[in-house]
Ligand binder design. Structure first.
Ligand code: F6P
Length: 556
């Protein structure tokens, strides 16, 4: 638990930096980005940052130089720099679980010693990386043989939450870097259709399962693992040969062994790595199998370089810090409740879902580090989609809805095949959308456009209100050269640190997840109640009736 001296100050929305921002917002809300751009020809120069080949343009936000100064004052008031130091030093900043938060150590490329409870964890990490390399190489080079002596053709990762979303997102993102003869699949849903649909396509003789669970207690994962084990056992004579088809990644070795995983087939992970921050650990094994260990290590390097930037760059030049502060600006001073993530790269299709867990499980908290209820809003609802698809689905609300939806646009400058007829129009859409969201369309512009289209005065007057776009909708644009492993690592690390900084400013613990416990506990109780057909009466009338309706109508 938190020691007395480590108890942070209680922050409220009445602190000097907060109040200054509130005052400033009143002024800024009277300005439009259109005006700000027209008054300042150098606005882009002022409001963009570069990191390696990643460009962050944040000029299309409702900010001026004063806003940035005031936001940084808030970061200083909340001791962001000190907290960054505490994170990297391995202090037990996850105070409700008494744990350090050291996912950054997993990608540390230096030769320093990082002691945690007297143990050099960099040594432990390197040992596990070596094991990952050995395993992934032997699978990729067809040296890992199934029970019948045939090489593995398909790997199925069974996990959920952080034990699924990160490896799945990165495996998809690095598809162009992957060896094609291996199929890498992900099963997470408890609905049997997920595992059944996956297994239908596969041959048990040549399929290897990774049971990926930090705790090795997760119902969804254990149920799927059980089904997979039965499927393999149907096809092998001697259960000892199961070891040829099952690996586990877990910090609970005992439970994995009890489940029947061979001790030599269990890779370690540690309680100081949060599930949603674990793709850098052995949980990333499917990434290494799909894309190769060199590419996995390149991803770690990309993240490590961002770690160095985050630790050392002044707050004003610090990309994760500015991303965090812009989020705070809209959530806490403009009342935004959402944040859209819009990648324009098909291989990033799971990036929004990945960030959804990373952000919402981290910052969806209403109690601060002192156990007090906060008097300000915290983490936003994160959602997103491949941008170009979103344009034809939900962007209408961005442009003309009544909500402010800050959005991040992400796009690679070079596509792998350089097909100009696809990539150029795609990029044109990125630029067009952020411009349209910023500028909108004025009354006069709408009239002029309709006149050009040859509409009559009457038609123009009738359509006019619908053809005006208010604009002033904030966006960030992240352009990067190409979605290679290193860049992917850097992008993910930027978002991780952004989430961290926001958690610090809100004075919440971004590294526990007590909120997911209650549903899990109730589900366990209800599972027992579903064992027979007797009506239940122990819940509220809605839950009782739903359960009883299900019991009456389920197949006997
Ligand atoms: O229920 C939420 C959660 O604990 C996540 O934080 C975690 O990523 C996921 O479940 C899976 O947990 P495990 O890896 O222990 O199976």
């Amino acid at each position: 638990m938190q020691t007395k001296s480590a108890i942070p100050a209680t922050y409220t929305s009445h602190s000097p930096a907060w109040l200054a921002l509130q005052q400033h917002q009143k002024k800024m809300s009277l300005q439009t980005m259109r005006q700000l751009f027209s008054e300042d020809a150098n606005r882009f120069d002022r409001f963009h940052l570069k990191f390696n080949d990643i460009l962050l343009d944040f000029s299309k936000n409702i900010i001026n130089s004063d806003t940035v100064v005031l936001l940084h004052n808030l970061a200083r008031e909340r001791n962001v720099s000190q907290w960054i130091a505490r994170l990297f030093a391995g202090e037990k900043i996850n105070h409700t679980e008494d744990r350090a938060v050291l996912h950054t150590a997993l990608r540390n490329q230096t030769d320093t010693v990082l002691l945690l409870d007297g143990e050099n964890i960099l040594h432990l990490i390197r040992q596990q990386l070596a094991r990952m390399e050995e395993i992934s190489d032997s699978i990729r080079q067809s040296r890992w043989l199934g029970a019948s002596g045939k090489p593995i053709t398909d790997v199925v990762n069974i996990g959920i939450g952080g034990s699924d979303l990160g490896p799945k997102m990165a495996t998809e993102a690095l598809r162009p870097y992957s060896q094609t003869h291996l199929g890498v699949h992900f099963v997470s849903n408890l609905d049997e259709n997920h595992i059944n649909d996956t297994l239908q396509k596969l041959n048990p003789e040549t399929t290897l399962f990774i049971v990926s669970s930090k705790t090795f207690t997760t119902l969804e994962t254990l149920t799927n693992a059980q089904t997979a084990r039965d499927w393999v056992l149907e096809n092998i004579e001697d259960p000892v040969l199961l070891a040829k088809h099952f690996l586990a990644v877990s910090s609970n070795k005992k439970a994995a062994i009890e489940f029947g995983i061979h001790p030599d087939n269990i890779l370690d992970m540690w309680d100081w790595v949060g599930g949603r921050y674990s793709l850098w650990s052995t949980i990333g094994l499917p990434i290494a199998i799909a894309a190769g260990m060199d590419n996995f290590r390149a991803m770690l390097r990309g993240a490590h370089e961002v770690d160095l930037h985050f630790r050392t760059a002044p707050l004003e030049q610090n990309i994760p810090v500015i991303m965090a502060l812009l989020g705070i600006w809209y959530i806490n001073f403009f009342g935004a409740t959402t944040q859209a993530i819009l990648p324009y790269d098909e291989h990033m299709k799971s990036f929004p879902a990945y960030l959804q867990q990373a952000d919402m499980e981290s910052n969806g908290k209403y109690v601060d580090r002192n156990g007090q209820q906060v008097d300000y809003a915290t983490g936003p609802v994160i959602f997103g989609e491949i941008g170009i698809k979103g344009q034809h689905a939900f962007y209408q609300l961005f442009h003309q809805g009544t909500h402010i939806v800050p959005a991040d646009f992400l796009a690679p400058i070079t596509d792998l095949h350089c097909i100009a007829c696809h990539h150029r129009p795609l990029m044109a859409n990125v630029f067009a959308q952020t411009e349209a969201l910023m500028k909108g369309r004025t009354h006069d512009e709408a009239i002029h456009e309709m006149q050009q289209q040859g509409l009559s005065h009457e038609q123009i007057m009738q359509l006019l209100p619908y053809r005006i776009f208010p604009g002033n909708r904030p966006t960030n644009t992240l352009l990067f050269q190409t979605l290679d492993p290193k860049t992917l690592g850097s992008l993910v690390a930027m978002y991780e640190h952004k989430i961290f900084v926001q958690g610090i400013i809100w004075n919440i613990n971004s590294f526990d997840q007590w909120g997911v416990e209650l549903g899990k506990k109730l589900a366990k109780e209800i599972i027992d109640e579903l064992q027979d057909d007797r009506p239940v009466t122990s819940h509220d009338s809605s839950t009782n009736n739903l359960i009883n309706h299900y019991k009456r109508n389920r197949p006997k």
